[in-house]
Design a protein around this ligand. Structure first.
Ligand code: NAP
Length: 294
């Protein structure tokens, strides 16, 4: 039975993610309105007590917090572009994935139409929504976040990153960079070890331990980056570069792909050529912070 004192919410977009968001709000007792281009996707939720709005305009005016979660930004504009009057006075939380530039532009677009705008990135899959494992990052005006922080807690672990609406998207891709880098490093090692008959399951716990140890280095290395000073406390970049050469040679010798090790070595070599060989690994932030077109 719903507790009707909870904040009403509206979800526009009932794909896999939108359905999970609506379900979590309903479960937490929020009066929940939905709209989807294909209305039949609301059937299960309607049977559970969700209200299906007949039009986007009706959905927008119905509640105090409107979450949009559709495929991409063009879909968002297609949906909301014709709803200028209904947008006025609403609070939009856009959980559609996109770039930081798209988020900032959408914030301007919404504000010009009298709406409050928060942007968000969902770092979780639909089944995790409604649990603490669902990390949801938000950015935009702090008072608008504060007004809905309590309701948003129904979705998972929600963090406000700052007022720049592009921040959530930037954290989103930064997290993806971390995820793929860890996975690629593991795959590189797994490919090498498989040539010696070691299967992936045998190597996985060892790789996991190394990843955890390296993760512990991040706060100290972050201090070096933020201070712009990179004393070689445990290892100099030129020492790392020699080990990278070894990784390339070993990859080639056992017949696995050496592209990624060569890329790492090329970046380290450029930093060494620029005079940073005796400094510590995070000095490579200089290479990562530069645009390169090759
Ligand atoms: P999905 O299952 O493919 O659903 C897409 C939704 O967008 C549907 O509601 C669809 O309506 C709607 N839509 C697309 N184009 C439209 C248009 N032109 N006009 C109106 N509605 C339109 O995708 P999803 O998994 O729910 O993902 C939604 C967003 O969440 C994406 O930006 C995605 O990157 C993000 N996300 C997803 C996950 C995940 O694991 N699924 C995780 C993190 C973030 P119809 O039902 O009528 O087609």
């Amino acid at each position: 039975m719903n507790n009707r004192t909870e904040t009403p919410v509206t979800i526009i977009g009932l794909g896999l993610m939108g359905q999970a968001l609506a379900g979590a709000f309903l479960k937490a007792g929020h009066p929940t309105t939905v709209w989807n281009r294909t209305p039949s996707k609301a059937d299960r939720l309607v049977a559970q007590g969700v209200r299906l709005a007949p039009t986007v305009g009706d959905a927008l005016t119905a509640d105090s917090l409107t979450i949009v979660c559709v495929t991409d930004y063009p879909a968002l504009y297609e949906l909301l572009g014709a709803e200028e009057a209904a947008l006025h006075g609403t609070t939009l939380l856009n959980l559609t994935s996109g770039s930081s530039a798209q988020a900032r532009e959408a914030a301007r677009w919404a504000e010009q139409r009298g709406a409050r705008y928060l942007d968000g990135a969902i770092m979780a899959v639909p089944p995790a929504i409604g649990t603490a494992d669902a990390v949801i990052l938000l950015s935009g005006p702090e008072p608008d976040f504060a007004a809905h922080e309590s309701a948003l807690g129904a979705l998972g672990t929600v963090t406000h990153l700052g007022t720049d609406p592009g921040l959530a998207s930037l954290y989103d891709v930064a997290g993806l960079a971390m995820m793929w880098s860890v996975l690629n490093a593991w795959l590189q090692g797994t490919a090498m070890l498989r040539t010696a008959g070691v299967d992936a399951a045998t190597y996985a716990p060892f790789a996991r331990q190394i990843a955890a140890v390296v993760a512990d280095w991040l706060p100290g290395y972050a201090e070096q980056i933020d201070s712009g000073s990179f004393p070689a406390e445990v290892s100099a970049l030129e020492t790392d570069a020699r080990a990278m050469e070894h990784l390339i040679e070993e990859s080639e010798a056992v017949g696995v792909n050496a592209e990624l090790p060569r890329l790492l070595k090329a970046m380290a070599d450029r930093a060494i050529a620029a005079g940073h060989g005796k400094e510590q690994y995070p000095v490579l932030i200089g290479e990562f912070g530069k645009r390169r077109n090759d």
